[in-house]
Each structure stands twice: as C-alpha cells, then as structure tokens.
Design a protein around this ligand. Sequence first.
Ligand SMILES: C[S@@+](CC[C@H](N)C(=O)[O-])C[C@H]1O[C@@H](n2cnc3c(N)ncnc32)[C@H](O)[C@@H]1O
Length: 358
Amino acid sequence: MIASEKEIKAQEKEYYQSLDEFVQLCNEMIDKGLAYWVVVLSHELYRFLYPVEPYANITLAEPVKFVAEHIKKINASAKNVLETIYPYSFDLNQFADIRKESDVLGQSTSDLYADMWRNFDSMTLVEESLQLVKRRLPDDLIEKDILGKDVLDMGCGSGRYSIALAKVGAKSVSGVDWQKRAFEAARLWCEKNNQPVNFREGDVLNLPFENESFDFVFSNGVIHHTHSIQKGLQEIWRVLRSGKRSFLYIYAANGVFWKTRNVLREVFKRIPLSYTQNVLDVIGMPSNRFIFCDTWYVPVETHTTKQELHSMLDEIGFKYEKVFGKNEFDLDGALEKNISGAEIMWGDGEHRYILEKA
Ligand SMILES: C[S@@+](CC[C@H](N)C(=O)[O-])C[C@H]1O[C@@H](n2cnc3c(N)ncnc32)[C@H](O)[C@@H]1O
C-alpha cells in the first residue's frame, strides 16, 4: 500500500529527529577516539540516500520510510559502539554465560531460531522450502517414501519443511520442536490451508511417539544442536517402521571451513547477538542472516567426522548412503568436483544421508 502524503511527512520528521541524534552520537564517538566508526556509519547512512545503491540489492519503493528506518538502525549501532568501550557498560559475555548452563541450552537454541524465523514471509516459508525439499531428496524417494505416508519432521523449527513434506504428498506430517513459538506461524498457515500437519512441542532426544510410528523421518540440521548425536540417531531408529528410511543432515568436521567456524564461534561469544544484528542491518543484510547468526550464536554445535558418524550408524544397525547437496553453496559439490585442495578447504564436507532401518 502506498503511503499517504501525511505519512511521508511524518517519516520525514522522524528521519530529521534521528539525524540530530546521529550527529550527537558522532560527536560523542569522535570525543572518545572512535572516529573509525563515524566513518563506517556515515558511509552506511549516506550510500542509501541515493535512489539506487549499486552495491546493495535494495529497491527503494518507499525511500523516505526506508531512510527513516535505516537511520534508526545506524543510531542503534552507534550506541552499541559507545556502550562497549572499556569499561563495558553491559555484559558482553552474556552469550558465553548462556552456553555454560546445560539445562537451558536447548531452550536458548530454540529461542535463537524462533527469533530468527519471526521474519520469514510466507513465500520463504512455503515456496523456497518446497524447492529445497525437491532438490535435496533423491527423485524416487518422494514417491516411494513420502507420498501417502506418515512422516516425522524431527526438529521442525519454523515448520518450513513440514509444510513442504505435506505439499509433496505425505498422508500426515508430525513436526516436533522444543517450543511452539518456533512453528506457530506455520501451524496457523497449515490450518488455513488445510495441510495435514500436526505440530507439537517435544524433545527430539525423547520423541513423544510410540516405537515404529513413522514411514519416513526427515531431520535437517537438528541433532548436531543437541547434547547427543548418538541418542538422536537412536530415536530415529526407534520411531521408524521396519524397512523404512530417513533423511539426515548434520554438520561434518575438519578443513578450513569447519575449523574457522569454531574459531569465530569463540570470538563471537564476546559480542551480543543484538549488536551483530544491528551491524548486519546497517550494511543492508537481513538481521536473521543464518549463515552468520546461526553459526556464531547457536549454543550447541557439534562437528562430526565421517568416521565418527559411520561408526554410530553401524552400531545402531542402519544401512546408509550419502546424498550430495545440489546447491551451489553446498560443500559436497565442491568436494565432488575434485578441486585441488578441496579437502583441506572443506574437510568432510557435509553429512547428508539416506538411512534405512534394515
Ligand atoms: C537449525 S534449526 C533446523 C530447523 C529445521 N529442521 C529446518 O531445517 O528449517 C535446529 C532446530 O532444532 C531444534 N532443536 C534443537 N535441539 C532440540 C531438542 N532437543 N528437541 C527439540 N528440538 C530441538 C531447535 O529448536 C531448532 O528449531
């Protein structure tokens, strides 16, 4: 909806109020020897004042509204800079503290993801995940293992894949995650669109289902965030019907990629998530940008080698087959192409497997 002239005037007024505040904050930063930040933030403010910013993929459909909001983000960042000069006026180690308390780990993992997903629009939630499911799963699997079958989405998060699994033809989909806050939007969408998805709160290490309840278990990026990958795999085995299959995605280990990730996770223990989100906002990135916030802030993230994974699967009794990610950014594609130094770069790549309860 196009804003009225009155609304645009109000946005303009808001912008100038924020601009006054920005000037004050800049002076304060310069007084404290933080002129570097004044340059960065002024640049980020100014570049979005042009009708087109060639270095950022942003369409200024409502330019005044955009700049009025953008300058507020810049001011929030400037305040963060000023608050975090030594001695700190707030506890920069708050995330490190959360990570130490094991009983709240699961809860804070869900909090992190629930907050990130709040900003999903239904296009992302529904269409993108449908395309992803189609690309991720081998072609014959949807027909053989999902069509007309009872499916579990183990650690469903926002519920984006639960919806996609229903859309490709599952008879029923059960989506389980720690907190209903994560999948509330998807639950309402399913109700409105008559999709056979039943979301429920629960622990994936102690699934609220009888043995042998499902024909297919889908678990994408979940059990490496729990305190036991082995228990997660045992739960998949327990709830699968005999002879049925599962899609598993978990993080691998080794190589520059996974090791750098661990190092950066340590660095970012000292910077609050809200601070990083403000910086991302300022540079035109979505503040829920998974590749940054997920990686740096999730409380538990375990990296598993190929050997470790295979030995756990062997012990439980699964038959298994690796599937290769087909997206440009998936690590396996690069490994498959035998690029020189690929293993040094990406280690064991990523673990995407089809498991079978033999
Ligand atoms: C990276 S997200 C993946 C979500 C979803 N599978 C997807 O691909 O969009 C990880 C999810 O695992 C959930 N999770 C982690 N540990 C859990 C546990 N023990 N029980 C239930 N959910 C858990 C988190 O709440 C979070 O929603």
